[in-house]
Design a protein around this ligand. Structure first.
Ligand code: ZN
Length: 170
């Protein structure tokens, strides 16, 4: 009988072995942002192109553990071509998924983090896992608090890149 955990593991391994949107966009015109998770040694390089209020293109580079790499791949597939508003919403939803359960485990989830906490919408809507598609595969990570930063690294880096893209747009 197929186990949901097995399915999720397959999705994570698939994205780790065959990362989507791998590489780097020419910068400029793309924005290039690097993220680093010293706890695990994960590095991610996000290059993104914003056009007409959309995340027109995104590529992911870097090296790291299977969680960080598959999360970055899953993220790129989920946000590419989306309206920026939807991308921001997805970032908020994902980070919520990574924190709610984590905090209920009694761990301090945000210690030692970098100052990228952008205070995602306080009007906490219930998380609809069905909207997350394959991203739901990463929810199992919250059972391992030390890996949460691996999973959120690329998302924080993307959020930083979007912020930079917004503030440097002429
Ligand atoms: Zn890691």
């Amino acid at each position: 009988m197929p186990d949901l955990d097995d399915l999720y593991r397959e999705i994570i391994l698939d994205h780790y072995r065959s990362p989507r949107n791998s590489g780097e966009l020419a910068s400029p015109p793309a924005h290039r942002v690097e993220g680093f998770n010293p706890l695990c040694g994960d590095e991610v390089v996000v290059t993104l192109l914003v056009e007409d209020g959309k995340l027109a293109d995104i590529k992911i580079g870097g090296t790291g553990c299977s969680i960080s790499q598959s999360s970055a791949s899953l993220m790129s597939a989920a946000v590419k071509g989306k309206e920026l508003e939807d991308v921001q919403r997805l970032i908020g939803t994902f980070k919520e998924m990574m924190s709610i359960h984590g905090s209920s485990l009694g761990g301090s989830t945000n210690e030692g983090g970098r100052a990228i906490e952008d205070g995602p919408a306080e009007e906490a809507e219930p998380i609809d896992l069905s909207k997350l598609g394959e991203l739901a595969a990463l929810q199992g990570v919250v059972k391992f608090p030390v890996r949460i930063k691996c999973a959120t690294l690329s998302w924080n880096t993307l959020a930083q890149g979007l912020e930079e893209a917004r503030t440097t747009t002429s």
